[in-house]
Design a protein around this ligand. Structure first.
Ligand code: ADQ
Length: 451
């Protein structure tokens, strides 16, 4: 069977040398299977800059673009995707802007995606749709497909509890849209159950992990997406990166280095983490002068007001912590607002004694997996509200809203003997191995074929 992947974004970056594959879980997971199947990737994107991207990458993968007019893009992407679905699914209800115009643009854009997919689809091709930008697409395809179309869908962010989802005035239409798929995948059991309950609330018969829609069934399964373990395994062994990591640790000028890495997004809990670190320095003064926190924040969605406001708040708290604790011989906190290469990130991972990954909600959180897989004796402190917590039982789990709890766990992680830390990491690595990104796509598509 041929394969069509549909996602809001293409997994390529435009460089002076042409298109190159983007780094990241999704590109790693999907490009190899797409290449093997000589498939097509359908995405919105390049049209915005006015330039037309080449239709092929390297090898047999084709890129098809869906042109969306600028104003509609604002409503579909900046509006409904990022100011309605994103905050709602991460339980930020007060940030959810229920504007009808946003939904109308979302609907139009999903229709445009459907047109494009129908143009490129050939009998026998499977269609694999990605994420919350395209919830309506499976149904549009199902209604219009000339033959039997096999449709898979993966939802990368949390599916909230049914009571929260039903806040959306368009909730039923969105669920109906998604139920056009044969197979719907989530990162965790919790999200899959939430979805099934939501579908049941809208009156769809649900039994044994599947939902009946007229005369067909949509199956719901848990397929956690992990990282490229081959690649991160190499980075963990690379002697040059080891050398750099020792240099970085030296630069920190403290016995212990604590690390945070996130897109600058309010769901990632960066502000709360900084407050917890401040609390930690207040409550455990014995660590002053001995620890240093490196917080990396990748610029993200800078066109959305809430993200600019978050940046301002983070800058302010960083300034306050430095103002209160900085000494001539000790820098308690360094804040890096930039994007790094995978090698550079791995250097940070290997230098860090503790990774403090405390999103307020997160579909999975690949940074937690990358750290645990790359570090050789570090401790992973992880939010129990990240999807990854359902899989990474040997992490030091915390409630990211509980500043005292985070401070206490940080102290505990820092005091954990090396033997126990290594033992926990060894178990985590085995679990992460089982979630490998490349096998994720294969597992999902095999299940779709069987559906
Ligand atoms: P994201 O919200 O983007 O993904 P995450 O899973 O943590 O979150 O992935 C972030 C990726 O970006 C990681 O691979 C990381 O290495 C990289 N990255 C972060 N900061 C960087 C920096 N400064 N420079 C370079 N690279 C950086 C969404 C969902 C997640 C879900 C994934 C995959 O929100 O919950 O895990 O999709 O399904």
């Amino acid at each position: 069977m041929g394969l069509i992947i549909v996602a809001n974004r293409a997994p390529f970056r435009l460089t002076p040398e042409g298109l190159v594959p983007a780094v990241g879980g999704l590109a790693t997971a999907l490009l190899p299977v797409l290449e093997a199947k000589e498939g097509v990737w359908v995405a919105a994107g390049e049209w915005k800059e006015g330039g037309k991207a080449p239709a092929t990458l390297k090898g047999p993968v084709r890129l098809e673009q869906v042109p969306i007019p600028e104003r509609e893009w604002q409503g579909y992407y900046g509006g409904f995707s990022n100011r309605v679905l994103w905050p709602l699914c991460h339980y930020f209800l007060e940030r959810t802007e229920l504007k009808r115009e946003f939904y109308q643009d979302y609907l139009r854009a999903n229709r445009r995606f459907a047109e494009k997919v129908l143009q490129v689809w050939r009998e026998g091709d499977a269609v694999f749709v990605q994420d919350y930008h395209l919830l309506l697409l499976p149904r549009f395809l199902r209604e219009r497909a000339p033959g039997r179309m096999r449709i898979g869908f993966f939802y990368h962010i949390p599916w909230p509890s049914s009571g929260v989802f039903r806040i959306l005035p368009w909730g039923r239409a969105l669920v109906e849209g998604l139920l056009g798929a044969d197979l719907i995948g989530f990162h965790t059991q919790e999200y899959a159950e939430n979805f099934l309950r939501t579908a049941a609330h809208y009156g769809f018969p649900v039994e044994e992990g599947r939902v009946r829609v007229g005369d067909r069934w949509a199956r719901v399964e848990v397929h956690p997406l992990g990282i490229d373990t081959g690649r991160f395994g190499e980075l963990a062994q690379d002697p040059h990166i080891g050398l750099q990591a020792r240099g970085l640790k030296h630069l920190a000028g403290a016995d212990r280095l604590i690390l945070g890495v996130d897109r600058l997004d309010y769901t990632k809990g960066i502000l709360e983490r900084l407050l917890a670190y401040e609390r930690f320095l207040q409550s455990y003064p014995q660590w002053r002068g001995r620890v240093s926190l490196f917080q990396i924040a990748t610029p993200s969605r800078t066109g959305v007001g809430a993200y600019r406001e978050l940046k301002r708040l983070v800058d302010e708290v960083v300034g306050r912590i430095l103002g209160n604790f900085l000494r001539e011989d000790w820098v308690p906190l360094r804040y890096f607002y930039q994007t790094y290469t995978q090698e550079e990130l791995a250097t940070f991972y290997r230098a860090a004694d503790v990774a403090l990954i405390t999103p307020l909600r997160d579909g999975m959180n690949l940074v937690a997996l990358e750290y645990a897989y790359t570090s050789d004796s570090g401790a992973l402190v992880l939010s129990n509200l990240a999807g990854a917590a359902e899989h990474l039982k040997e992490a030091f789990l915390v409630n990211p809203y509980d500043l005292d709890g985070v401070a206490r766990t940080l102290d505990r992680a820092l005091r954990t003997p090396e033997g126990e830390r290594r033992e926990r990491l060894a178990r985590l690595k085995r679990r992460i191995q089982a979630l490998d990104a490349k096998s994720w796509a294969e597992r999902f598509l095999a299940s779709l074929e069987a559906a």
